[in-house]
Design a binder for this molecule. Structure first.
Ligand code: TRP
Length: 417
C-alpha cells in the first residue's frame, strides 16, 4: 500500500518540463536550470522560488534547521543557517528515521571536468563533511568520469586522470576515511551497481528521459543512457561491500539544485524496484563574480575564484570584477547605501564568513551607506585568502596512497559509530 501512495506522489514530482526551461503562456522565458546549463532570464537573477515550484521540492524553513540543531547537538552549518542549502525532498523523513535510531548514508558526487576547482565546487563537499560529522554516517562520493568524457569530449584517460586529481581536492575537505568511499564510474561500475542500473533503465522510457533532460535526436546514445549511472548510488545494494543486508537503509543526497532532474527520475523509479526514494538537500548556486545570473563557470577564469588562485589573484579579481551594489559616488552611497540584493562581496561573505554577528554588522552598515564597497571587499579578500590557503595546504598533504585508500573497495568498519 505504501508503494501505491509513493507512486501517486511521483506523478506530481516528475512532470515533463522539457530541459527545465520555464515556459509561460507558450512563450519561452530564459531561465534555464538543468545539469548542464544554469542561466537566469536576461539581466535577471535565478528565481529560486519558481524553481522550487517547477521542480516540486520543498523550502527549508527555520523549524527544520532547529530540528537539525536539536538532533545533532551542534550549531547547524552556516550554509544551513543562511538558506544556502534552501530546498529539500523528504529531509524530514530522514530526520524522523534518525530520531527513531535508524541511520542513513550520504551520497554526493562530482563530474571531473577540470583540473582546478573553484569555490562553488567546494560548497557541496564542505556541507557534506559537516553532515557526515554531525550525524556520524557513511558517505559515498561518485566521480562521474564517464559523464564528463561524454559531455566534455575528453578522452577516457584524461577524464580518469581528472577524477583522481579532483579526488585530492575532495579529500582535502577533511572527510573521514573510516566512513568514506570515493569511486570513479570507470573503475567501479559493474556487478551489483550495474544490476541496479539495468533495473532503473527498464523503468524509464525514452520519452520520459527526453522530458526530464531535454535530449534531442542529435544527442548520442551515451548521453541518453547515462542517467541510471547517477541514479543508482542512491540505493544501498549498489555497494555490497558497504551495505550488504541493509537494503532498507535510507540515502540523503546533498547537491546543488541543478542536479535535481537526475534525482526526480531516481525517486520516480525507486519504489517500483523496491527501494526507498533518496532524500535530497539542495543548494543555491554560488554566483559568478560579475553577478547573480548563473553559477560560477570554470571556463571563464575571471568569473571565479579558484582553489589554486594566489593571494594576489584573489585580491585583484575581487577588486576588479566583484559586482558592487554600492552607489557610483561616495555622496550618493552615504545617502542611499548599498543594494545588498545584488552586491557580490556581501553575498560571498554570506557563504564564507562564519561569524553571524560580524555579518549582520556588515549588512547593516553597508546597507545604510556607512561602510563602503572597498571596505567590504577588503574583508572578503581576507576571508577567501584564508580559506584558499587552508585548502591549498590540505591538498598538498594528500598523497596518491591516500587517494588509493579512499577509493579502495573495502568495508568501512564502525561506519555508524
Ligand atoms: N553530475 C554531477 C556533476 O556534473 C556529478 C554527480 C554525480 C553528483 N552524482 C552526484 C552531484 C550526486 C551531486 C550528487 O558535477
Amino acid at each position: 500500500m505504501k508503494h501505491k501512495q509513493l507512486l501517486d506522489l511521483d506523478s506530481q514530482e516528475n512532470q515533463n518540463i522539457g530541459a527545465m526551461e520555464i515556459k509561460e503562456n507558450g512563450e519561452e522565458e530564459q531561465q534555464i536550470v538543468n545539469p548542464w546549463k544554469v542561466e537566469a532570464k536576461e539581466g535577471g537573477k535565478i528565481d529560486y522560488d519558481k524553481l522550487i515550484d517547477q521542480f516540486g521540492c520543498q523550502r527549508i524553513n527555520q523549524s527544520l534547521v532547529k530540528r537539525v540543531r536539536r538532533l545533532t547537538s551542534r550549531a547547524p552549518h552556516v550554509f544551513l543557517r543562511r538558506d544556502i542549502f534552501f530546498a529539500h525532498r523528504d529531509f524530514n523523513e530522514i530526520l524522523d528515521a534518525y530520531e527513531r535510531g535508524e541511520k542513513f548514508y550520504l551520497y554526493t558526487g562530482r563530474g571531473p571536468s577540470s583540473e582546478a576547482l573553484h569555490l562553488g565546487h567546494l560548497i557541496p563537499f564542505m556541507f557534506t563533511k559537516y553532515l557526515q560529522d554531525a550525524f556520524k554516517v557513511p558517505l559515498v562520493i561518485q566521480l562521474t568520469d564517464d559523464e564528463k568524457c561524454m559531455w566534455k569530449n575528453l578522452t577516457v584517460e584524461e577524464s580518469q586522470r581528472l577524477a583522481r586529481e579532483n579526488a585530492k581536492d575532495i579529500i582535502a575537505c577533511g572527510f573521514d576515511i573510516t566512513r568514506t568511499f570515493i569511486f570513479s564510474d570507470f573503475d567501479y561500475v559493474g556487478g551489483a551497481f550495474y544490476k541496479n542500473m539495468v533495473k532503473v533503465g527498464k523503468c524509464v522510457t525514452y520519452n520520459k528521459v527526453v522530458g526530464i533532460f531535454g535530449f534531442t535526436g542529435e544527442d548520442h546514445i551515451g548521453k541518453v543512457s547515462f542517467p541510471p549511472v547517477q541514479a543508482v548510488p542512491s540505493f544501498p545494494s549498489s555497494f555490497p561491500h558497504l551495505f550488504s543486508g541493509q537494503d532498507n537503509l535510507r540515502c540523503l543526497i546533498p547537491c546543488a539544485i541543478d542536479q535535481d532532474p537526475y534525482f526526480r527520475m531516481t525517486r520516480d523509479v525507486a519504489p517500483r524496484i523496491g527501494y526507498h526514494k533518496p532524500a535530497l538537500i539542495e543548494s543555491l548556486f554560488f554566483p559568478a563574480l560579475q553577478g547573480e545570473t548563473g553559477k560560477m563557470s570554470a571556463s571563464d577564469p575571471n568569473s571565479a575564484i579558484y582553489v589554486t588562485d594566489s593571494a594576489k589573484d584573489i585580491k585583484s579579481k575581487i577588486n576588479k570584477f566583484a559586482f558592487s551594489g554600492g552607489q557610483d559616488t561616495i555622496e550618493k552611497h552615504r545617502e542611499l547605501g548599498a543594494d545588498l540584493e545584488v552586491d557580490i562581496p556581501y553575498k560571498y561573505l554570506k557563504f564564507f564568513l562564519d561569524d553571524d554577528i560580524e555579518l549582520a554588522y556588515i549588512g547593516k552598515e553597508y546597507g545604510a551607506g556607512r561602510m563602503l564597497t572597498g571596505e567590504v571587499k577588503q574583508r572578503l579578500i581576507q576571508v577567501l585568502t584564508e580559506i584558499v590557503e587552508r585548502h591549498r595546504r590540505a591538498r598538498a598533504a594528500v598523497t596518491d596512497e591516500m587517494v588509493d585508500a579512499f577509493m579502495a573497495v573495502r568495508p568501512l568498519p564502525n561506519m555508524f559509530d
